[in-house]
Design a protein around this ligand. Sequence first.
Ligand SMILES: Nc1ncnc2c1ncn2[C@@H]1O[C@H](COP(=O)(O)OP(=O)(O)O)[C@@H](O)[C@H]1O
Ligand SMILES: [Mg+2]
Length: 141
Amino acid sequence: MNSVLEISIKDQSELPFLAKTILESFGDQKIILFDAPMGAGKTTIIKELCIALGSTDNFSSPTYSIVNEYLYPGGKIYHFDLYRLNSINELFDIGIDEYLNSGHYCIFEWPQLVEAMIIDNYKKIEIEVNENIRYIRIIKK
Ligand SMILES: Nc1ncnc2c1ncn2[C@@H]1O[C@H](COP(=O)(O)OP(=O)(O)O)[C@@H](O)[C@H]1O
Ligand SMILES: [Mg+2]
């Protein structure tokens, strides 16, 4: 059975706490999937995760590439945006297996294609926005 932790945040000032909670809940799975609509705040939270991990890299959304790489004191963070990907073959083309098996953080926006290839041992984050409150579900798979 999946374990689920739900948090709601009303203000961006709560993002550091949210990031810490995402990293510390359910052990240290390094594969994290963000499943939420456009504008829900996926990129914003991922940036906060990088900061919580101690990264001082220039952070940018991988708008023109599929994956961005950041350094943090413990290793690397791969940040994927699969929005423009059309098939699982394109995932293999970028060498997804090597990323997933690297032991580094692999964090995904628009993760549907990759979720179809991994079985367990990952965290899935769902975000719902209602008025100005963001409801965040952290699910251990
Ligand atoms: N917790 C939050 N509270 C208020 N505004 C937020 C929050 N998270 C993100 N935003 C704002 O919402 C917009 C979209 O955020 P973004 O992280 O790019 O979403 P996504 O990556 O899910 O499309 C940005 O302008 C961002 O500043
Ligand atoms: Mg985004």
